[in-house]
Ligand binder design. Structure first.
Ligand SMILES: [Zn+2]
Length: 215
């Protein structure tokens, strides 16, 4: 029942139908504008893991490194030398962490399927990266809150995820067809989140979101 669905980002109950396809439905929160799949329509954790196992990215793949550099390049322009970071949702082959180590940064990694060391989430970082992660989160509000609490003053949360534009585009959007993608942010959703957290927001290109924790 849509009426009983809380927004997974802001917990509002004011959600309405956004789109429906053969497999599942999508609703939108009127407060933060997140578009999300109702939890009762999620795939199982086993099916989710099987999907990730299909998409193992090679650390030496030039195309994949180029893809990650869309986030890494603008982040590098903003980081001081020698700071430390966390690659959250690093996947089975932590390519971004590897690239950032090559660039001289100390990196920790975390992934709930492939590098599940909760101790990593008890220390602070100057920056946290989450590439192609937030669209998979079942509890994006709580998870983003936790990541934000780990970032030092003046530090960065750097996110890469495809952004929702409107319903007409959503209908033909391949991004929604991945069964593990369950929440879809728009520019307005990030503006809302940044405002709630007093963060400075920069959206670089089509899919890179940089949030700075104010000193
Ligand atoms: Zn919401």
């Amino acid at each position: 029942m849509i009426e009983q669905t809380h927004c997974s980002l802001c917990a509002s109950l004011e959600v309405s139908e956004y789109f429906k396809d053969l497999r599942r439905s999508y609703v939108q929160c009127s407060r933060c504008e997140l578009v999300f799949v109702p939890p009762q329509e999620y795939v199982t954790r086993e099916a989710e893991k099987a999907e990730y196992d299909l998409h193992q990215n090679n650390i030496d793949d030039a195309g994949y490194r180029g893809f990650l550099s869309r986030l890494m390049q603008p982040l590098l322009e903003r980081l001081s030398p020698g700071v430390s970071g966390l690659d959250f949702g690093c996947g089975p082959g932590p390519a971004l962490a590897h690239m950032l180590r090559e660039a001289g940064f100390e990196m920790a990694v975390y992934d709930s399927f492939f590098a599940c060391d909760d101790a990593v989430l008890t220390v602070s970082y100057d920056f946290i990266c989450a590439t192609e992660v937030v669209e998979h989160l079942h509890r994006p509000g709580a998870e983003l809150e936790r990541l934000w609490s780990l970032i030092t003053d003046g530090g960065w949360l750097a996110i890469m995820t495809k952004l929702v534009s409107d319903q007409a585009a959503f209908a033909h959007w391949h991004y929604k067809n991945d069964p593990t993608h369950v929440c879809f942010f728009s520019r307005d959703t990030w503006r809302w989140w940044a405002q709630q957290h007093g963060a400075d927001l920069e959206i670089v290109g089509a899919d890179v979101i940089l949030l700075r924790r104010n000193c």
